[in-house]
Write a protein that binds this ligand. Structure first.
Ligand code: S3P
Length: 175
């Protein structure tokens, strides 16, 4: 039986907001991978990218996913790039149902435009960067998702309720 829910999807699709609400509702612990990575590194995500580079960040991400995948009863908000290393998904899938949150590039842009915290979107033409990264990653997200939910009409409560009703159909998930 799986007792974790792992939320995957691009930056700005609502993984953190929905994850917090879902964890509360299900009585599970909420964990944000990016926060654990920052704790481990002793610095912020932009500092890790800026000082150590993306590869160093991805190594920290792999180590963090490994630790999390041994725990139970969690709702996990994964970083948007967690799917880039297959080992992360193989490990998470052992204990987690994978919920894929989607949104259109325009909605994503709106949600992340105030954020300095996303080094990959720190470029002049954000919308084309979002579209390119999305196009590359989409097959990875889709391939591993057990459940997919479009969050473009963002309403945390209704996205959460949709996830819960879909989880009820998943064989082998322990609420
Ligand atoms: C990343 C997404 C970010 C963070 C890092 C890299 C990505 O997490 O892990 O900036 O590669 O998509 P969020 O999806 O929580 O913003």
């Amino acid at each position: 039986m799986k007792s974790n829910v792992a939320l995957i999807g691009f930056m700005g699709t609502g993984k953190t907001a929905v994850g917090k609400a879902l964890a509360k509702k299900l009585g599970k612990e909420f964990i944000e991978m990016d926060s654990l990575i920052e704790q481990k590194a002793g610095k912020s995500i932009p500092e890790i990218f800026g000082e150590d580079g993306e590869i160093a960040f991805r190594e920290l991400e792999i180590a963090t996913a490994k630790e999390i995948s041994k725990q139970k009863n969690l709702v996990i908000a994964c970083g948007g790039g967690v799917v880039l290393n297959k080992i992360n998904i193989d490990r998470l899938k052992n204990e987690a149902v994978i919920v894929y949150l989607t949104a259109s590039p325009e909605v994503i842009l709106k949600r992340v435009s105030n954020s300095e915290a996303r080094p990959l979107l720190n470029v002049a033409n954000k919308i084309s960067q979002i579209s390119e990264l999305l196009q590359f990653r989409k097959p990875y997200y889709e391939q591993i998702a057990d459940i997919s939910i479009n969050t473009s009409e963002f309403d945390i409560a209704s996205v959460m309720e949709q996830i819960i009703s879909r989880l009820k159909e998943v064989e082998g998930f322990r609420f």
